[in-house]
Design a protein around this ligand. Structure first.
Ligand code: SF4
Ligand code: MSK
Length: 634
């Protein structure tokens, strides 16, 4: 592997809480194959300057670094100090995360436009009602108009949001964010004007010789993140619902045990449903089943991975492997004929790993090419043909499987997902009132949104599950997205039986509504659904989001996208926990702003705590305090 021998040993029980992952890490060690856990060990010790955020290579006067102990240089060649460097680096992380979510949204806007203009037959409008709601909120006339005409207007208005030049706030944000928040953002000058503009300005401000004021830099980080949460990610969610259907409660099966020995296994990995929904649909066609039989398999089995897995399971109940640290382990089973990827969270290591087995790694996006992978460009105007071509490649690869090297762990769990805002409302009988009443009388103490990722620095799923269990045990409803959702499903928290782990109040509500105590709201862009719920609760109660007994948490985050999510949560007034320390400790000033001062301005702040139990206890006390201030029983 990579010309490197595996000399570092990973203890499976310490690496992951997931027994299926443990079995495959052991297989990796036996077969001399590296995983992210091995490469993490090989990286030790990781760069202390990087961890503290005090290295800068934004120009070639540098690279520069600040001595954290005060014995060496305290300024870069240009004179930037630790505060400036840390704030600039953080802003670049936010911008990258916002860019990822929003570029994903741009691709979906493009498909809606193709559909509206009759330029693709591969996609259609699945949720007309949602299209009309979105059109109305954007001020687009709907009466007596053809659906496709309305769709075209929606696509054009939203496409304009990326690059518009005026100073007006983003229209989706104006339509959907609660009044008090909008007034606050206006007052402090962080209203986002155009999605690309805020990302672009982040890059401009952080290049050498522009913005050196940490507060000014961080405020632009807030503005950029708002362009993501209340517009870019929001757009991705709304348009995915319009094109592929708004999720409803649906059952599915999850964990590495969903791979099937006698089927052609295709894993869809990445983020955008445009590719994965089409692969899932075409793979289930009789034509593809017949072809698979010709090659000796019983059929084609599509399994989801990471957030695109969430997209397909939320709408089709497609079996799912799970979260991001399982991506290499899926190939390690020796039973995956093809892994088909679009973008984000795809480890370049997959290509080398695929070569060790018979797996074909197929990249499909011009912006995601990986040396060693097969590149078949996906074109939404021609989606069915391309999907067929990719699936055929996988089927033809089935005879190359080396059965002697196949090991599929048995572990899999049943789960229930599909809790869009509409599905939650429908479970509540069409109005938020039952939830509001349960919050007010203390049957449910609060709501926490848990998001994002696994990180090799944390035992896989341990932070996510420990925190979630502690919260539900204390009558706090947990909602969430992304890789948290996969962990919660694998460890049984999305099953009906999970109510037994909930406190008495939450248990009563969940039993009455027939829902689990932790709700799967979708992929990482679907954190926008959490914003909608929070906004609706605040408006209904006549308070600000920052007054609500709610919090956010990312116990095992790694991605720049999570930095953007965390920032728009805080900007929306939410107390937000991070379980992995962000690279800001090199500046006392920036650390203090983010974890203390910002609360006085935005009503939310960051709180960093690696121990999930301590984090849950703090979140519980924050929720208790918010309830006390509202005059609700604590
Ligand atoms: Fe060094 Fe300043 Fe250039 Fe950064 S921008 S590398 S601190 S000289
Ligand atoms: S896939 S961003 S590891 S949640 Fe959205 Fe999972 Fe985090 Fe990627």
């Amino acid at each position: 592997m990579d010309g490197e021998k595996v000399v570092l040993r990973v203890t499976p029980e310490k690496a992951s809480l997931n027994p299926a992952a443990q079995e495959l890490i052991e297989k990796a060690e036996k077969e001399g194959v590296q995983t992210a856990w091995h490469r993490y060990l090989a990286q030790q010790p990781q760069c202390g300057f990087g961890l503290l955020g005090i290295c800068c290579r934004n120009c070639m006067l540098g690279p520069c670094r600040i001595d954290p102990f005060g014995n060496g240089p305290q300024k870069g060649v240009c004179g930037a100090d630790a505060d400036t460097i840390v704030a600039r680096n953080l802003l670049r992380m936010i911008a990258a995360g916002a860019a990822a979510h929003s570029d994903h949204a741009r691709d979906i806007v493009h498909v809606l436009e193709l559909v509206a203009e009759g330029k693709t037959k591969s996609y259609s409008i699945k949720d007309v009602e949602k299209l009309l709601t979105v059109a109305k909120s954007l001020g687009i006339p709907i009466d007596g108009r053809d659906t496709l005409e309305i769709a075209r207007d929606v696509a054009h208005v939203l496409a304009h949001e990326f690059g518009k030049h005026d100073e007006e706030p983003l229209r989706l944000l104006l339509a959907l964010a609660p009044k008090r928040r909008k007034e606050l953002w206006q007052k402090i000058g962080v209203m986002p004007r155009a999605i690309d503009r805020e990302v672009n300005e982040s890059m401009h401000r952080t290049t050498m010789g522009v913005d050196a004021d940490p507060v000014n830099l961080l405020l632009h980080g807030v503005r950029t993140s708002l362009a993501d949460g209340w517009s870019g990610s929001m757009m991705a969610t709304l348009l995915s619902d319009i094109l592929f259907g708004t999720p409803k409660p649906i059952e599915y099966v999850i964990n590495l045990g969903v791979l099937r020995e006698d089927y052609v296994n295709i894993v869809v990995h990445g983020h955008n449903p445009i590719l994965s929904m089409k692969i899932a649909e075409v793979a289930m066609s009789p034509e593809m089943t017949e072809l698979a039989k010709k090659y000796g398999a019983k059929g084609v089995n599509v399994a989801g991975m990471c957030c695109t897995g969430n997209e397909v399971l939320m709408r089709l109940g497609i079996p799912t492997i799970g979260n991001t640290l399982l991506q290499e382990l899926a190939i390690l089973t020796g039973a995956v004929e093809a892994m088909i990827v679009d973008y984000q969270c795809i480890m370049p290591a997959l290509a080398t790993l695929a070569e060790c087995y018979h797996t074909k790694l197929v990249t499909t996006e011009p912006k995601t090419k990986i040396p060693g992978a097969i590149h078949i460009e996906f074109d939404p105007a021609n989606a069915d043909e391309i999907a067929k071509k990719i699936i055929t490649l996988a089927i033809e690869n089935y005879p190359n499987r080396n059965n002697a090297r196949v090991y599929i762990p048995k572990h899999k769990s049943k789960a229930i997902a599909g809790f869009s805002v509409e599905a939650i409302l429908s479970a509540l009988g069409g109005t938020l009132d039952p939830l509001i009443n349960a919050l007010k009388d203390g049957t449910i103490k609060g709501i926490v949104g848990v998001v994002g990722c696994n990180n090799v620095k944390v035992k896989q799923d341990f932070g996510l599950i420990t925190l979630t269990e502690k919260l539900i045990e204390n009558d706090i409803l947990v909602v969430g997205t992304g890789c948290w959702a996969h962990a919660a499903a694998i460890h049984g928290l999305f099953s009906k039986e999970a109510v037994e782990k909930a406190g008495p109040g939450l248990k009563k509500v969940c039993q009455a509504l027939g829902i689990p105590p932790a709700l799967h709201m979708g992929s990482c862009v679907d954190c926008s659904r959490i914003l909608i719920v929070l906004g609706a609760l605040a408006e209904a109660l006549g308070v600000d989001i920052s007054d609500l007994p709610v919090a956010g948490s990312a116990p095992e985050w790694f991605s720049e996208k999570t930095v953007s999510i965390g920032t728009y949560f805080v900007a929306s007034g939410v107390f937000t926990h991070l379980g992995v320390v962000p690279p800001v400790l090199g500046s006392k000033k920036v650390t203090k702003i983010l974890t203390e001062d910002i609360e006085g301005v935005l009503g939310g702040k960051f709180y960093v705590e690696p121990d999930p139990i301590k984090a849950a206890e703090t979140i519980i006390s924050v929720i208790r305090e918010k309830r006390r201030k509202l005059g609700w029983p604590v």
